[in-house]
Design a protein around this ligand. Structure first.
Ligand code: COA
Length: 176
């Protein structure tokens, strides 16, 4: 699967993406809202295995793709159904901090969400963020997501005074 956006190319992951993925996972700006275990080389390896595995599924339940700019991997985004024939899916996105603030996340998100609502037949897209993550909240609001509430997160989040914020975007509210 490949999606061309205005400035970006979203493409399948390959084995050779590991270093670029881990390079930004170990950037402290990226790590602000994650636990240290999620920022290790082992965790990045596990994630890449997961992404490569999802791409092998048939029929495909989810699309988790590499976001690339001029052949450089700058992040990842995905739409993942919880079950094969379901109509709700989880949306997620992350970018290398070196590329924040240029509209790349919005561009990639619109491309993958469009694919989810059309080809994957998703009716409700769900998302989660840490309540303090203003960059994520700004992005999902721009895309049309609405906050459906806050709930208690795991102990590490509680210890920092943060909660989990849940978001939803219905196909009927999607403007492309
Ligand atoms: C969430 C995340 C992907 C948002 O990235 P981002 O670069 O801030 O998001 P956008 O692509 O929407 O860019 C927004 C900014 O680009 C600016 N911009 C510059 N050129 C632009 C253009 N051509 N088009 C659109 N926006 C542009 C916008 O004005 C906006 O600035 P603002 O935030 O000061 O208002 C990023 O913070 C991230 O990777 N965080 C770590 C992982 C994470 O938290 N993921 C979410 C978990 S739920």
């Amino acid at each position: 699967m490949e999606i061309r956006a205005e400035r970006l190319l979203l493409r399948e992951f390959t084995e050779s993406d590991l270093d670029a993925l881990h390079a930004y996972h170990s950037d402290p700006r990226y790590g602000e809202f994650y636990v240290p275990e999620e920022l290790t080389a082992e965790h990045t390896r596990k994630l890449l295995n997961l992404f490569l595995g999802w791409a092998e599924e048939d029929p495909r339940r989810g699309c988790q793709v590499a976001i690339t700019l001029a052949d450089e991997l700058i992040g990842t985004c995905g739409v993942r159904k919880s079950v094969w024939d379901g109509t709700d899916a989880e949306f997620g996105i992350e970018l290398n901090p070196e590329h924040w603030g240029q509209g790349y996340a919005e561009e990639a998100a619109r491309a993958i969400l469009g694919r989810g609502f059309t080809e994957l037949g998703v009716a409700i897209m769900r998302g989660q963020s840490v309540s303090r993550n203003e960059g994520a909240a700004r992005l999902v609001r721009k895309l049309g997501f609405v906050s459906i509430g806050m709930r208690k997160g795991p102990p590490w989040m509680q210890s920092r005074g943060w909660q989990v914020q849940d978001w939803e975007l219905a196909r009927a509210a999607w403007s492309g």
